[in-house]
Ligand binder design. Structure first.
Ligand SMILES: *Cc1c(COP(=O)(O)O)cnc(C)c1O
Length: 425
């Protein structure tokens, strides 16, 4: 099927763009000897896990279900972190995960003996024997780590994405670690994990590493591995790969540890789009186009983060104009409205979803032509943090999931319907 024949709304992931990202990640692995895992919470299109597994070392999970997906569909290294584990889930987690990261001293103490006991079993009854040989790096057991909080904020603006913000529940500070764990207990840890970045470059990683080393340096020497978490925008054009590699080599060499990275975004950054259709246009002081895609249901980060997603062949309107915009407003002489708009005119629309939520608004965009009902629009960078976050609020259908092969052929991987709405209620 060709792209223009697809039913809307749909997410279309481009294999060529995904591979391009994966090549970059693979080169980092090969040049530094680090391990790179897919953080599934950003991108769980498991149809592509075999392909991703060709380039990366495995996957990491935020909980039992993601862990199972990584285990079943990728079958390589399988890590898990959770702020708090449920007791009844631990046997299954132990069966499927080779690296288990705890968030607090109390969680580590609660489960460490169970984890160690699992590792000692060699009868294979619980899957440990075959799992031990299946996963490299933790033969005969399960590797345990503690997530630390280096108390080093490097991001402004997005407080909900800052695990180093005041009163954060994510990670253990040095003070908590020393107050709550004995030296002997600390010696039972195999690794330390920190995750403090979000869409950041390697200069912020370097800053964070300085704080990690300053605070936790003496413990790093005792560890087998250090996990740098995610939030590394490695596949972004302006990302400083050399500094990243320097950071990895520095930690590997100074502390004689394996280094892990677990990016989510960077794996599928700019590797997919969402295609939607204009259903109707209303006018209430400005033109508002109602789409068959919803911000609230299909791209909740637009409202949560919030941000305005890039849209193909459209521009950000001038801020003043967007309030009073009207169809066909003239571009200012000095080009302060978008010079890109052909013919000196721009057509400004507020793009909004079909739900009953008044705030289901994606944003205001300028076009070089008046929009028509039935016209298709392509939101860009829609592979990550979209299909993993969809919901069926208002009974909205979920977008089809499509893979565009390198030859342009589109394969429909998954379609949704009424049953998917009903089965959740
Ligand atoms: C969110 C998260 C990641 C992935 O983050 P990205 O920003 O998608 O790279 C990795 N590890 C942990 C612990 C996370 O919470």
């Amino acid at each position: 099927m060709r792209k223009d024949e697809l039913r809307t709304p749909c997410y279309v992931v481009q294999e060529s763009k995904l591979r391009k990202n994966l090549e970059i990640l693979k080169s980092v692995r090969q040049e530094t000897g680090c391990h790179i895992l897919l953080a599934q919470k950003a991108f769980s299109m498991y149809h592509l896990y075999p392909l991703i597994g060709e380039y990366l070392d495995g996957a990491t999970a935020s909980g039992l279900h993601e862990a199972r997906l990584g285990y079943e569909e990728m079958g390589k290294e399988n890590h898990i972190f959770s702020p708090a584990y449920k007791e009844e889930e631990m046997p299954e987690i132990l069966k499927m995960c080779d690296h288990i990261v705890f968030n607090s001293p109390a969680q580590f103490r609660k489960y460490k003996d169970q984890v160690r006991a699992y590792g000692r079993r060699t009868d294979g009854q619980d899957g440990s024997a075959d799992a031990g040989s299946m996963y490299g790096g933790c033969a005969g057991g399960r590797s345990m780590g503690l997530r630390i909080n280096p108390e080093c904020s490097t991001q402004e603006g997005h407080a909900i994405y800052d695990p180093c913000a005041p009163f954060s529940r994510l990670g253990t500070t040095l003070e908590q670690m020393q107050a709550e764990l004995t030296e002997e207990e600390i010696s039972e840890l195999d690794g330390l994990h920190f995750h403090t970045l979000c869409e950041q470059n390697s200069d912020d990683l370097a800053t964070t590493l300085r704080a990690v080393e300053e605070k936790f340096g003496k413990y790093l020497h005792q560890m087998k591995w250090v996990n740098f978490g995610g939030g590394h925008h490695i596949t972004r054009e302006d990302y400083d790969l050399e500094l990243l590699k320097k950071c990895i080599r520095h930690v590997k060499e100074t502390y004689d540890v394996e280094v892990y990275l677990e990016p989510g975004e960077a794996v599928a950054l700019n590797a997919g789009e969402m295609i939607t259709e204009v259903l109707e246009i209303v006018d209430n002081g400005m033109k508002i186009a109602i789409l068959d895609a919803s911000a609230a249901c299909h791209m909740p980060d637009v409202l949560e983060m919030p941000y305005r997603p890039p849209l193909k062949d459209a521009w950000e309107p001038n801020a003043e104009e967007s309030v009073v915009c009207r169809e066909g407003s003239e571009t200012a002489e000095d080009g302060s409205l978008h010079g890109e708009c052909a013919g000196g005119r721009q057509y400004i629309y507020r793009l909004a979803g079909p739900t009953c939520l008044a705030g289901d608004v994606i944003g205001d965009y300028a076009f070089d032509h008046p929009l028509q009902c039935g016209e298709r629009l392509e939101f860009q960078d829609m592979a990550i943090y979209t299909m993993v976050k969809t919901n069926t609020f208002n009974g909205m259908n979920l977008p089809d999931i499509v893979l565009e092969r390198e030859n342009g052929e589109c394969e429909i991987v998954r379609t949704f319907g009424y049953e998917d709405f009903k089965s959740r209620l």
